[in-house]
Write a protein that binds this ligand. Structure first.
Ligand SMILES: Nc1nc2c(ncn2[C@@H]2O[C@H](COP(=O)(O)OP(=O)(O)OP(=O)(O)O)[C@@H](O)[C@H]2O)c(=O)[nH]1
Ligand SMILES: [Mg+2]
Length: 353
């Protein structure tokens, strides 16, 4: 799972990236041209218990990759493919908006709502360029073809119209096969979007950003306020002082936790497990994934040769204390490839090599 911080120059992307990935106060190098990546472990409290029951020698916690993307300059045109190149492979985008005081590096006055509009426009224009180029290529190919119909062209034309009307691909009613067809284009407006208001420490509830909040809500985007500056100070403190500091500012958790939780909610993430003597491992997937798709995440051979999965819910394993006891109690289910994996399932995949 990969989440990219996308925003205008100086909006606080690198500072947030440092906080969320535990880089502390690493210099943020303003104006970088390439993305910085870091992997964050998101400990799942069920893993130690599974490791104990299976006697696994190693444990692997789930991971999220964060990307500190290069600054987006407003005024992108549809021939410009750079935004798609830097952000296209992310599973979700965290749009970072500067809502803290005036800074020297910013010529215009602070206006988070128009910054959000600029980001949405740049994503839309980038997607329009991708779609239009593809339509032109298909029509070129169709000139010499006998059958002048193309499912893909018709779908892309619908996408083109939606984008032209200022709507996001994410909100289009699409069939599963249409969604699958579009997946390869990595359209930015098809991704789940989280808005992060980088607020000043005097405005931790983002009360001064009402215009941008309204815009985000109208577009169906989740948003959270974070004071990157304040959190940078917080990251330097020991655990006890950190708790006092959080209480003092009436914050339920540090930004590190709040951003990761918001990304999990955004992507509707669930966790399943695999376990044997060697390793107990947690895997994160979006909810609604089938047993076969989940198996494919572990290994492509398991997807290709999938026969069935033995499933034990974590709650049962935890309660009964061993796989043998679960079998005896009839709590080990055999499920086929269309089974929708549930949070906490421990899967043992049977497959043909
Ligand atoms: N006061 C205050 N300053 C902040 C906050 N967040 C970031 N800054 C400062 O704003 C400047 C820009 O922050 P960065 O995190 O580098 O912003 P960026 O979006 O990565 O910038 P580019 O990569 O150049 O686009 C730095 O000097 C930060 O220290 C904040 O919440 N409060
Ligand atoms: Mg930066």
């Amino acid at each position: 799972m990969k989440v990219g911080f996308l925003g205008l120059p100086g909006s606080g992307k690198s500072t947030l990236f440092n906080i969320v990935t535990g880089r502390g106060n690493e210099p943020s190098e303003m104006g970088r041209g390439d993305a910085r990546l870091a992997v964050v472990k998101v400990p799942d409290e069920r893993i130690p218990r599974i490791q104990e029951i299976y006697g696994s020698s190693a444990a692997t916690q789930p991971e999220v990759t964060f990307a500190d993307l290069p600054a987006l300059h407003s005024g992108v045109d549809s021939r410009d493919e750079s935004l798609s190149k830097i952000a296209g492979d992310a599973d979700a985008l965290a749009l970072t908006l500067q809502c803290f005081g005036e800074l020297d590096h910013r010529a215009e006055p602070l206006e988070p709502a128009s910054d959000l509009e600029a980001l949405m426009l740049a994503m839309t224009v980038t997607d329009l360029g991708i779609v239009e180029r593809r339509i032109a290529r298909i029509e070129d190919e169709l000139k010499s073809a006998r059958d002048k119909t193309s499912h893909e062209r018709d779908l892309l034309q619908r996408v083109n119209e939606e984008l032209g009307e200022g709507r996001l691909v994410r909100d289009m009613p699409l069939h599963d096969d249409e969604r699958r067809m579009l997946r390869g284009f990595n359209l930015l407006t098809s991704k789940p979007l989280l808005v992060i208001f980088n607020v000043s420490e005097e405005d931790l509830r983002a009360r001064t950003c009402t215009g941008a909040c309204k815009l985000a809500e109208e577009a169906g985007m989740a948003w959270i306020p974070v004071s990157a500056g304040l959190e940078q100070e917080l990251a330097e403190l020991d655990e006890e002082t950190k708790l006092e500091f959080l209480a003092e500012y009436d914050l339920e958790a540090p930004a590190h936790d709040r951003v990761i939780r918001a990304c999990y909610d955004l992507l509707d993430v669930i966790t399943f497990f695999t376990a044997n003597q060697n390793e107990a491992r947690a895997w994160t997937i979006s909810s609604g994934v089938t047993a076969r798709e989940a198996a494919g995440k572990v290994h492509s051979d398991m997807y290709d040769g999938f026969i069935r999965a033995e499933v034990i819910p974590f709650e049962k394993l935890n309660e009964l204390g061993s796989v043998a006891a679960c079998k005896e109690a009839g709590c080990v289910r055999l499920e086929g490839k269309e089974y929708l994996v549930q949070d906490g399932d421990i899967l043992e995949v049977r497959f043909n090599r």
